[in-house]
Each structure stands twice: as structure tokens, then as C-alpha cells.
Design a protein around this ligand. Structure first.
Ligand code: SAM
Ligand code: SF4
Length: 302
């Protein structure tokens, strides 16, 4: 369905938990909440079924870390069977990927995004609080070897990954590496945003994919480089998404605390329609005082 600015809204990010097994410095605080008040999988399937009837055809499973919630691959499998849903994808920090690779494959997951900011063990530990880079790399291998499309999402951080070293992952394999500008949401507010600007010298490709990334081909690399630039290249005009938090709040834009509780709604379809119709025109990251979203990114789903 179209929002009031004529944008076709066909993509919903669905968070299944706020919990996480990492503590990325720009994302999540230390006080980890219990999962007692999250949507049940049946409730999620019901909401997605109603959303699909309104034109949502793509679902991204997110969190917190989605793979810490038991049964998430079963959820993916059930969502794949919902009429109108064409793709179900997953974003993960990769820690549990090797363990669940087979299940993720069997569930029919269409692609997996892995968030990884560096290939340097010490830097990885300093960002995430865990010494588990090798585990993530093994997880990437398992998913790639199963033939599931893999994309790496890297939040640009000064002195950490602005040297492009992480592109090594795209050298010999068809793995896209996407650089994302830090957004001033939650803990991200206290970081300087490194702009995507000139970090890459390659040939811009026409293929934009489904999201906001602009892709480049780099000579000698099998994978592509993607730039997601919410700050330096506002892409709100083409925004196609809504977000469902794990607690059952449906929101139209990352930047604002606007939306509706869907969990106890009598008419779920009407809530989805209202949230789509009232989706804000654009974010206001350039004017931090106008940002009304107070949650951390792990409570929204990224
Ligand atoms: N745990 C999963 C993961 O890391 O992919 C899913 C949830 S995580 C909140 C989703 C994405 O949001 C990750 O790629 C993460 O790097 C990104 N993210 C978190 N905080 C951010 C911020 N302030 N600005 C930009 N991206 C952010
Ligand atoms: Fe966890 Fe993902 Fe946030 Fe890192 S970015 S703390 S992995 S939810």
C-alpha cells in the first residue's frame, strides 16, 4: 500500500527480541531485559499475514540478536508460507550462525546480513565487548558455503574501519560489504558519524537492490561495495519500510517515537494502515533536537 507521500510500503522489519549476546558500543546498553513481554511467534505471524494482505512482501527478522531467541528459524519457515510474502531475510551478528546454518537454510531464508565492523580481533573485542571474531567468520563461511546470499553490514567508525580493510571479505567471494553511516539514535548519538563520501573508488552500478544501498564494483573483487548513507545522502524519498518492535509497537520511521501499539489492537489491519498513512516524510538526523526516538537500536531492530 502507498503512504501519504506516494511511497510504496512493501517491507517490514520485525524484531523478535531486544536481547543480544554482544554489546556493540553504539547500539546497546548493559542492562539486558528479559523477553517476557515480547510478541509470541503466533502474534508475529498474525501481524505479518495482515501486513502481507496490505502489500508487505518482504520481511527482515531482526533484534537485538534474533538467533538468541529459540525457534526463530521455525518462525522464518512459517513466514515463508504466508500468502503474499516473497522474501524473508535475517540480520544477525553472526555469533550463532554456524550453529544454526543448516536450520536457516532449511527454513528457506532468502539472504543473511551479518553485522561486522572489523577483521581485527582486538578492535572487534573493543567494539562488541566479546572476543568472538573467529566464531563470526566461521558463521559467515557456513552460510556462504550453503549458497545463501550473504551481505556484510559495517557501521563506519573513525580509526576502526575507515581504511576499508573489511573489504577483504569481498575479494574472492561473492559477498557484498555495505558501509553504513552511524545514525544519531540511542547510543549512536555520542559517536561522530564518518561520512561514506570518498571511502571507495569504484564503478557505480545501476542495480540498487531493494533498499537504500548504492552499489559499486571494485576491480579485482568478486563482491560489491554498498554505501548506505542516511546522513550524507538522505534516501527518505524512496523509503519503503515500517518497523515492528519486539514489544509490539509498529512505527513508520526510525527517527521518531511515533506509531501504535499493535499487540492488543482489536483491528490489526487498521493499525497497519494508519501507521503507513502517517509515516513521516523524512528523518531529521541533521537536527538532533527534533529526534523523538529515545530507544536504543537493539530495541528498535536497526
Ligand atoms: N543483532 C543484529 C545485527 O547486529 O545485525 C540485528 C540488530 S542490529 C540493531 C541491526 C543493525 O543496526 C546492525 O547492522 C547494527 O550495526 C546497526 N546499528 C546499530 N546501531 C546503529 C547506529 N546508531 N547507526 C547505524 N547503525 C546502527
Ligand atoms: Fe547486538 Fe546487533 Fe546491537 Fe551489536 S548491533 S549490540 S549485535 S543488536
Amino acid at each position: 500500500m502507498k503512504d501519504s507521500y506516494g511511497r510504496d510500503i512493501d517491507y517490514m522489519r520485525v524484531s523478535v527480541t531486544d536481547r543480544c549476546n554482544l554489546r556493540c558500543r553504539y547500539c546497546m546498553s548493559d542492562n539486558c531485559k528479559k523477553d517476557s513481554d515480547v510478541l509470541s511467534y503466533d502474534e508475529i505471524i498474525n501481524i505479518c499475514t495482515k501486513a502481507a494482505a496490505l502489500g508487505i512482501s518482504k520481511i527482515k527478522i531482526t533484534g537485538g540478536e534474533p538467533l538468541v531467541r529459540e525457534g526463530v528459524t521455525d518462525l522464518i519457515k512459517k513466514l515463508k508460507a504466508v500468502k503474499g510474502i516473497e522474501s524473508v531475510t535475517l540480520t544477525t551478528n553472526g555469533i550463532l550462525l554456524e550453529k544454526y546454518a543448516e536450520e536457516i537454510y532449511r527454513a528457506g531464508t532468502d539472504s543473511v546480513n551479518i553485522s561486522l565492523d572489523t577483521l581485527d580481533r582486538e578492535k572487534y573485542r573493543s567494539i562488541t565487548g566479546c572476543d568472538s571474531l573467529d566464531t563470526v567468520l566461521k558463521g559467515i563461511d557456513s552460510i556462504y558455503d550453503m549458497g545463501i546470499p550473504v551481505r556484510i553490514n559495517t557501521v563506519l567508525l573513525k580509526g576502526i574501519n575507515d581504511d576499508g580493510d573489511i573489504l577483504r571479505l569481498a575479494k574472492d567471494r561473492f559477498i557484498d560489504v555495505r558501509f553504513i553511516e552511524m545514525m544519531p539514535i540511542g547510543r549512536g548519538k555520542s559517536f561522530d558519524t564518518v561520512l561514506n563520501g570518498s571511502i571507495i573508488k569504484g564503478k557505480r552500478l545501476d542495480d540498487k537492490g531493494n533498499g537504500p544501498a548504492i552499489y559499486y564494483a571494485v576491480e579485482g573483487y568478486k563482491g560489491r561495495v554498498g554505501l548506505i548513507s542516511p546522513i550524507s545522502l538522505k534516501f527518505c524519498e524512496g523509503c519503503n519500510r515500517i518497523r515492528l518492535t519486539s514489544k509490539g509497537f509498529l512505527k513508520g520511521c526510525l527517527c521518531y517515537d511515533e506509531g501504535e501499539d499493535i499487540i492488543n489492537a482489536e483491528d490489526i489491519k487498521a493499525v497497519i494502515e494508519r501507521v503507513i498513512k502517517s509515516k513521516p516524510k523524512e528523518h531529521c538526523f541533521e537536527n538532533i533536537n527534533n529526534i523523538t526516538e529515545k530507544k536504543d537500536m537493539n530495541e528498535i531492530g536497526g
